[in-house]
Structure formats: C-alpha cells, structure tokens
Design a binder for this molecule. Sequence first.
Ligand SMILES: Cc1ncc(COP(=O)(O)O)c(C=O)c1O
Length: 405
Amino acid sequence: MSLSLIAKSIKPSPTLALNEKFAILKEKGDPVIHLGGGEPKTRMPMEAILATVAHVNTGEVRYAPADGIPALKQAIIRYTEEFYDRKVTPQHVIASGGAKQAIMVALQSILNPQEEVIYPAPYWVSYPDMAKLCGAIGVPALPEDGTFYPRLKDIEDRVGSYTRAVIINSPNNPSGAMYSEEFISDVVGFCEKKDIWLIMDDIYHRLIFDERKPINALKYAKKQDENSKLIIINGVSKQYAMTGFRIGWAVGSKKVIEAMSNIQGHQTSGPSVLLQKAAVGALMGLQSGVESLRATLENNRNVMIDMLRSFEGIKVTKPDGTFYCLADFRAYEKDSNKLSKFLIDKVQVLTVPGAEFGMEGFLRLSYCGTIKDITEGIERIKWALDLNSPNELYIGDRKLVRDWA
Ligand SMILES: Cc1ncc(COP(=O)(O)O)c(C=O)c1O
C-alpha cells in the first residue's frame, strides 16, 4: 500500500498506546498500576456537568462556529484578563478540540515545509510529530548544563535561517520543571527581536507547587499590537479534569487566529457545542476544584519524590508543577523502552519511556493517581530493580518470584 510520506513519518502517540495497553490488561483482571497517566482522576466541575445536561435536554445539538461559540469566547476572554492581565476581543480567540488541536492549527498557520520549530528538551511527545505533520522540522534544545531548566543560550544556539517558531511548555510535561520569570522574559524578548513566533503551551500553568504563581508571558511582550507573534495556548483538560471533553484554546493576533479558524473550519469544524458549553460551565463556575486538585497533586508529588529519593541509584529533580516527574534510571538500565517493558511485564507497573520525550535512560512517572497506586507502584519498581530486596513479592494474593538477576 502506498501511503503518503507524512503518514509514513508519523509514529503512534506513545502515551495513547500505553493507555490502550493498560485498558487491555485491566480488562483481563491483571493488577496493573498506571504510573504513565496524563489526566487527573477527580470529577469534573458540577457547573460543567449541569451545562452539558442542560444542553442535551434541549434536544438540539447542532454545528458550532469554526472558532468557538460566543459564550466560550467570552469565558476565555475573562480568563485571559484574570491570568494574563490582557483585554482581548473575540477575534483574538479560538476554541479548538483540546489544546492539542489549538497547537496543531497554530503550527499549520505559521510553519512552511522545511522550516524549523525549536522546543526545550525534554519536550511533550507530540511536538516532533506535529512539526512533521506540517512538513516542518522539530528541533529539541537540551539544556547544556544537564538540568531540566533551559537558558536562553540553549535556544539561541539552535536558531538559524530556517527557524520560524519556538514552543515553550512550562511547567513542563514530562519533567514538571517550571521555568523562571527571567527565562520567560528573555525568550519573549528574543523571539520579538528575531521576529519569530512564540507559542506558550500553558496547559499546566495553574497546577504548580510550593506557592509559585502562574507566569504571564504577555507581561514581557513589547509588541502588544496586531504584529505580535506570541500565541498563548490553554484549555480545560488538565486544570478541570476534563480531558475527554477535548476543549482547548489559543489567544493571539487577529491575523493568526483568523488563519487558524480557516484551517480548523476545514479540518474538524468547531468543537462540539455540547462540550464547549461544558467548558463555559467550568470556566465560569466555582474555582475551588482547581485549588483542591492542585493541593492533592502537590501532596502526591511529595509522596512520590520521597519514595524515589530513598531508592538508591535513582536521580530525580523535584517537579515544580504538573503531575509528572522524570526520573533518571540509567544506573539500572540505559534503554528506557526496554526498562518500561520490563516493568510492565514483571511487576505490572506502567511507565512512559523517557526516549519519547528526548531523554533516554529516564522514565516519566505520573502522580495524578491515588496515593495507594503511587506507593504500591514505586514499591513494585523498587522490588523489581533492587536485587537486595527479598526474592518474593505479593500483589494481593499473587506471589511474584524474581526470576531475573
Ligand atoms: C504539554 C501538553 N500540551 C498540550 C496537551 C494537550 O492537551 P489537550 O488534552 O487539551 O489536547 C498536553 C496533554 O497531555 C500536554 O501535556
């Protein structure tokens, strides 16, 4: 079969594939623990539930405008005023099928084939393939100092005549690192100076710990007009635990939002009106759920990091936000795909190989689940890797016997 060059170059999403694997094992009744998850386990806000039900009850679920219903645009405008201190108009806003689609149509609006988009490594798994879908090239920028915190120089060094855009995701999936105000202000200034696009993927910006405050990149933009090349991405998936609703958005200049709307209009049309109404409910309703999710995640992070730090050989940087950490397992195994497979096969713990995020030898471990899953999951990993631990491990009434050395 002759598929297109683009189709042949795209890998399946590794995280979605792991979710499928988890579902299959779970259905078989295996006592599998998911430490690879990318979604909070809390209920979505009541206002979102009520808005969905009320709209279904009208019996009329029709097409939505390609760039979002007016009520959602208004809610996003309010959000932008609250968190970015910027008054925008509906023409500066597009609602998409998740932050994922918002980023995708943004890239399709600004990248030409062969052009380059730079993002710090470790990076979200989808950026490289999204660039490929535009016929463009993703360029990871691994911090030279070996940390998860890039400096401007790490970006600068990779900028060339083909560079068209930079994507910054902070706090970062997979490391949980939140970049400094200084770095964000440097990047904004640098992209303006070089006249390149800057996409801020802020999807985790409220899920931050240790009394940090969300950083507003718009504060540092000198170009506040229609020539601005700064695009802010956000959505309801993570902060309101509404991943399945697939509502995200972008805020940018009228020109880029119009281009994105044109593309989205042909691609999928606007996101389902039902789900947009739910997003309005979440954004306009009580916000205490976001704070309670944030506090739960901070506690979960503390539990996971304490356990990992007591685990000889594992190196881990304490995450500043999100619900992920990226731990260095190279003392045990340098091939992260092999290690991840070993852990699921031997102790039924699902982890995501660091290679998928540009960090070979690391595993991404999520703490968005229960404390029980976190503690049991890490204990099983420890048992599997630490050859000084007892030869047997009980999972419920199943006895595991170590048959490897
Ligand atoms: C960094 C980052 N950006 C964007 C997304 C996409 O979010 P959504 O579910 O709203 O499409 C994710 C989801 O995992 C993410 O981790």
